[in-house]
Design a binder for this molecule. Structure first.
Ligand code: XMP
Length: 516
């Protein structure tokens, strides 16, 4: 175990939608942590050598048939335990207390009355009060032996409890969400004061550690990386380049469905950073295979398969590569209980699965332990340009799934121009970083318009802009009317072939972010 990993917390997941958030908060406190499913065996948990355990929330009630339970032995490791919401109820249940259905569900903001500003609540709610976020139906009716209440709300006489001797704590509210303003402090109290962890998980130390690990793994062999220009593959490439320099060749494939000037921009950025970049313009190969194809999933398959073919061919041309660098993130590898991580969904769209097996390459995944915000922080640590770090996500099948119907050169030209205007205006308005994705979509219909004295019969462009945390759910971004007006005017005036612009006001679910 390296220094940066030695002070660590283990989070046992009982299926809460907030489990990843707990992990991110602990990591923001510079303490390394991982998430295991609640039923991870005792041996696995012991081998992890946690300095503290956090039991996440979850959708169940402890009395439900088949509710996830914890083996009591997990509580006998001699390390502090913090149960959050369901985790607290479970702690109560397993240690002999009583949980009961509350007559009133408590959901949303609540006023927490803190009994003493110490331990878990040191420095919290100096006035004895703090705002917290509740989301529970059950409540603690009787605490297990040796526990005492350390906070209450109007609805929950035991909103938080502690057994200071064993260092077991339970909170009915969610300290990990932003609606609990001092939640981060509470988690810090737990990991620093109660578990005794030191803040050693820093991005600078991660870069040093990772460079060493990559060198050890790759030795003097060659590695290849499929670079898309997106944040994950870019940061992975730069990190590996830092470790093995010219032994890494990045392959950037132009699949013909990139955005305006994207191929040039990506090449410039990476050459500027000194990476060994192989640019492959395979746009004609992709576009000819897309001719006549209208079905979105067929488009995805064609683009995915063609990518594999082209990449394999080009990687072989590099000669002797034994390693493949991929920008896999931690949410892709967490074994989650009931909720698949957001990236699991995004990944199912991913088109390059199977590449390493097929090419018999060993994988190098330097970002496997990281959340997206940590990946960005590492990019900044390595002085990568903001332009790459802050990029909005862009799907692998690119503009092909934003041109509804057949992808042709003519339709690509229209969408590229319209999309460039949307991005330019969003950036100009200072909204680019706040918005998860913003782009243009070309619809498969024509409408009537009038320009000068003439009737026109031309294309419709839709503007899509959404806010989101992870792409799993999303809401349409409330961008100002004036900005929408500017985008619409510019698109209709500057992009030949468009006479109407619409704004998509649907959220996900039930819609999706992309239109195909
Ligand atoms: P949806 O449209 O499903 O998109 O709400 C969720 C997120 O996934 C991206 N997306 C894709 N990414 N290949 C990808 O690499 C795909 O086929 C694909 N389809 C959607 C989308 O841009 C959004 O960020």
């Amino acid at each position: 175990m390296s220094d940066i990993h030695s002070e660590r917390i283990l989070i046992l997941d009982f299926g809460s939608q907030y489990t990843q958030l707990i992990a991110r908060r602990v990591r923001e406190a510079k303490v390394y942590c991982e998430i295991f499913p609640y039923n991870a065996g005792l041996e696995k948990v012991k081998a992890f050598k946690p300095k503290g355990l956090i039991l996440s929330g979850g959708p169940s009630s402890v009395y439900d048939a088949g509710a996830p339970v914890i083996d009591k032995a997990h509580l006998e490791l001699g390390v502090p335990v913090l149960g959050i919401c369901y985790g607290m109820q479970l702690l109560t249940h397993v240690l002999g207390g009583q949980v009961a259905k509350s007559t009133k569900r408590e959901f949303g903001r609540a006023d927490l009355n803190i009994h003493k500003n110490e331990g878990l609540f040191a420095g919290i709610g100096e006035s004895g009060k703090a705002t917290v976020w509740m989301s529970h139906g059950d409540r603690i009716e009787q605490m297990p032996e040796c526990f005492s209440a350390i906070a209450h709300t109007g609805n929950s006489p035991t909103a938080a409890m502690a057994d200071e001797k064993r260092k077991f704590y339970g909170v009915q509210f969610h300290p990990e969400v932003v609606h609990t303003p001092q939640g981060v402090e509470i988690l810090r109290n737990f990991v620093y004061t109660i578990c005794g962890c030191k803040p050693s998980w820093t991005m600078a130390s991660f870069v040093d550690y990772s460079v060493g690990e990559i060198r050890k793994a790759v030795g003097n062999k060659q590695a290849v990386c499929g670079l898309s220009g997106g944040v994950d593959s870019s940061v992975a490439a730069v990190l590996v380049h830092k470790a093995i320099g010219k032994q890494l060749t990045c392959i950037f494939v132009n699949n013909g469905v990139l955005r305006k000037d994207e191929a040039e921009k990506v090449q410039h950025s990476f050459k500027d950073m000194g990476l060994n970049l192989k640019y492959v313009d395979a746009s004609q190969e992709f576009l000819s295979r897309l001719t006549g194809v209208e079905d979105p999933e067929k488009k995805r398959k064609i683009i995915g398969n063609t990518f594999i073919e082209v990449f394999e061919r080009e990687a072989q041309a590099v000669g002797g590569a034994e390693f493949l660098v991929q920008g896999t993130l931690y949410p892709d590898v967490i074994e989650s209980v009931s909720f698949k991580g957001p990236s699991a969904i995004i990944k199912s769209h991913h088109n390059v699965g199977g590449l390493p097996e097929k090419m018999k390459l060993k994988l190098v995944e330097p970002l496997r332990e990281l959340f997206k915000d940590e990946v960005r922080a590492i990019g900044r640590e390595m002085q990568m340009p903001d332009d790459i770090i802050d990029r909005q996500p862009f799907p692998g099948p690119g503009l092909a799934i934003r041109i509804l119907g057949e992808v042709t050169e003519g339709r690509l030209r229209i969408l590229r121009e319209a999309d460039a205007i949307v991005i330019e205006e969003i950036k100009k308005a200072g909204l680019y970083k706040q918005i998860w994705q913003s782009f243009a979509v070309l619809l498969p219909i024509k409408t009537v318009g009038v320009m000068g004295d003439e009737r026109t019969y031309e294309n419709v462009v839709a503007i899509r802009a959404v806010t989101s945390q992870d792409g799993m759910t999303a809401d349409w971004a409330r961008i100002p009317y004036d900005l929408l007006g500017t985008m619409s005017n510019r698109i209709i005036n500057e992009v030949k072939g468009v006479n109407r612009v619409c704004f998509d006001i649907s959220s996900k679910p039930p819609s999706t972010i992309e239109w195909e």
